[in-house]
Ligand binder design. Structure first.
Ligand code: ADP
Ligand code: MG
Length: 626
């Protein structure tokens, strides 16, 4: 195939939109462009090293990996050059003309118009290269792919206005130069002092030398950064700020991590881990297919992003680096999967993360709350997926509870500290929302006795509870299931006296009227103010799980709940006074429907419900006429 020497192409529509945005609405924090270009240069050096493992000839000629920054203040140009892998003409067209990663729509959806926030999205969404246009009116990329001859280099050039040109050119050296013609108002970046400051701030931890010529064009290059992989340096040498900068680099997150843990493990298996807990969840946290944050290095050589073999899925929010001294350099994902050492390292890394979270929970409650808000529901998956770490994970759980106003989620240890005299179990209630949980009639009897109830209202909770059996010898009990025994729990002063009149004869009469709708009818110990509630047997999946499964297309066999009535409630007392007949039937059906509505479901026959209710509202004597 012959290629025209020079051709002009249009950007993918999303790229044009992105460029508009860069050019017109990113004035603050525009210096991030340099971080992005140096980060790309560093990636290119990493990738060359990796490719050279299979084909050493690729890196044999020319200089070793380095990143050079040149500028010319008169011409107002700035050039970032690397000796990395380079790009072919096709690759340049592909990588610098489209946005490869999925999530582009999400990127646009997330833009807020707040420049500070929006600029933080750039690195996260893998659109860093285009940030050059924040400061440049023209960008030219000269690149020669490692292994290709000098005359197969490419020159990519654009003014950011919807199109770019490609030309085949000659370049003596392998690698890439990105040259920016700075806008008039961005002249400050063609300045050694300014550049040095930015490189130190953004790129000190880059593992390759970043070189700058003090006067721009002539003289010797100075190395500006440490040029040593940060995780290989001893902890004692590193400041918190070093760790934070490195986090920004690897996590593409301009924020601060909540916590980190850095370990150099020696012995039979030698490896280093540097693990971070981010402070906010990525948009695709719940996409179980999306990339995870651990980078694998083998003896400092970058091997792969997204090394999912080293962490279980429920810790997918962790970012960081693992550098192994033992794995072969040509290790593949398949090999990782089978390697027994990898399994062992995964176990150790998992524990390290769980310990880190436990330390955070114990020492920095505010940060732990942030963590829980962002990632708590993911961590819950651990109880389901990783029974081996159950005992370590249980203390990390947090729940809304009846004890506070819902502002602070409670841990199980806090719960146990508040057990009422005579209370043995950990009581919880499942509901579709926190509001539904708080308003549930099921809580009334326990509330009156001062018993705290954990309110489980997240989608994953019905699954979670299937894997909660006990904590420190205390069973987890769903207060909406089975018969609730409160007798052992001391009543508080304010607890209402339980129903004086036991109206045993009423229950079979109501049950006969409701037929198949219920498993049976009985007096409730759960209720204080409400008249009725529904109670499931232990084997029943429960309404939350049932609704979730039905939404997922699974049809479950119908189950029948118990109807519990409050013998002290005026409506129940009244029902008891009614003889068999229409009024009795109507009130019994209303109470059963109320119980359904209270748990967030619809009445069995909504139209009939409305008619019955209206009949009672309009004619209060209807039921009293017995
Ligand atoms: P990301 O780095 O997240 O992939 P960018 O927008 O920064 O996104 O870069 C897009 C792509 O362009 C890179 O993935 C890479 O393939 C290519 N690229 C950019 N800069 C270079 C470079 N200096 N050397 C080689 N390839 C590069
Ligand atoms: Mg990049």
């Amino acid at each position: 195939m012959t290629m025209p020497a020079t051709e002009t192409r249009g950007f993918q529509a999303e790229v044009s939109r992105l460029l508009q945005l860069m050019i017109h609405s990113m004035y603050s924090h525009r210096e991030i462009f340099l971080r992005e270009l140096i980060s790309n240069a560093s990636d290119a050096c990493d990738r060359l090293r990796f490719a050279a493992l299979a084909d050493p000839a690729l890196a044999a000629d020319g200089t070793g990996p380095e990143i050079r920054i040149d500028f010319d203040s008169k011409e107002r140009t700035l050039t970032v050059t690397d000796t990395g892998i380079g790009m072919t003409r096709d690759e340049a067209a592909e990588h610098l003309g489209t946005i490869a990663r999925s999530g582009t729509a999400e990127f646009f959806a997330r833009l807020t118009g707040d420049q500070q926030k929006d600029s933080t999205l750039i690195g996260q969404f893998g659109v860093g290269f285009y940030s050059a246009f924040i400061v440049a009116e023209r960008v030219e990329v000269l690149s020669r792919r490692a292994g290709l001859p000098a005359d197969a280099a490419v020159c990519w050039s654009s003014r950011g206005d919807g199109e770019f040109t490609l030309a085949t050119v000659t370049r003596a050296e392998r690698g890439t130069s990105v040259r920016l013609w700075l806008r008039e108002d961005a002249a400050e970046f063609a300045d050694a002092f300014r550049l040095r400051g930015l490189i130190r701030r953004f790129s000190d931890h880059i593992a390759f030398p970043v070189l700058l010529r003090p006067d721009g064009g002539k003289g010797e290059y100075d190395r500006v950064n440490q040029a040593q992989a940060l995780w290989t340096r001893p902890r004692s040498e590193l400041t918190d700020d070093d760790y934070r900068q490195f986090y920004r680099h690897i996590a593409h997150d301009p924020g601060e991590p909540l916590a980190w843990s850095h370990h150099q493990v020696e012995g039979r298996r030698e490896y280093t881990t540097l693990l971070y807990v981010p402070a906010s969840a990525p948009f695709d946290l719940y996409n179980r297919e999306s990339p995870r944050g651990l980078k694998l290095y083998v003896r400092r050589v970058f091997i792969m992003d997204d090394a999912e073999q080293f962490l279980p899925l429920y810790l997918r929010f962790i970012k960081g680096v693992i550098d192994s001294s033992d794995l072969p350099l040509n290790v593949s994902r398949e090999l990782l999967q089978q390697d027994a050492d990898v399994q062992a390292i995964r176990g150790a890394v998992t524990r390290r993360v769980v310990d880190l979270l436990a330390r955070l929970a114990a020492g920095e409650a505010d940060k732990y709350q942030t963590f829980w808000k962002e990632f708590g529901n993911v961590l819950k998956e651990g109880l389901v997926e990783d029974p081996g770490n159950r005992e370590r994970l249980l203390p990390l759980l947090r729940f809304a509870s009846t004890v506070d106003d819902g502002a602070v989620p409670q841990g199980l240890a806090d719960y146990l500290a508040r057990l009422r005299p005579g209370q043995k179990d950990i009581c919880y209630l499942l509901a579709d929302s926190l509001a539904a949980a708080r308003g549930s009639p099921q809580l009334e009897g326990l509330r009156a006795r001062g018993v705290e109830v954990l309110l489980l209202h997240e989608r994953i909770d019905p699954w979670l509870v299937m894997h909660l059996d006990e904590y420190e010898g205390h069973r987890f009990v769903d207060i909406a299931r089975g018969e609730l025994r409160l007798d052992d729990i001391a009543a508080t002063e304010s607890a209402p006296a339980q129903a004086g009149t036991v109206i045993e004869s009423l229950w079979p009469r109501v049950a006969a009227r409701l037929g198949d709708r219920v498993a049976g009818v009985r007096a409730s110990t759960r209720l204080a103010e409400s008249a009725a509630c529904l109670v499931r047997d232990h084997a029943d999946p429960g309404p939350q799980l049932q609704r979730l499964l039905e939404a997922a297309g699974q049809k479950l066999p119908p189950t029948r709940p118990w109807l519990e009535l409050n013998p002290a409630h005026p409506l129940v007392i009244r029902l008891n006074l009614l003889p068999d007949g229409d009024s009795f039937d109507s009130l019994a059906a209303l109470l059963a429907d109320q119980a359904l509505i209270a748990e967030g479901a619809a009445p069995a026959d909504p139209a009939a419900f409305v008619q019955r209710l209206n009949a009672w509202l309009l004619d209060p004597r209807m039921g009293g006429g017995a």
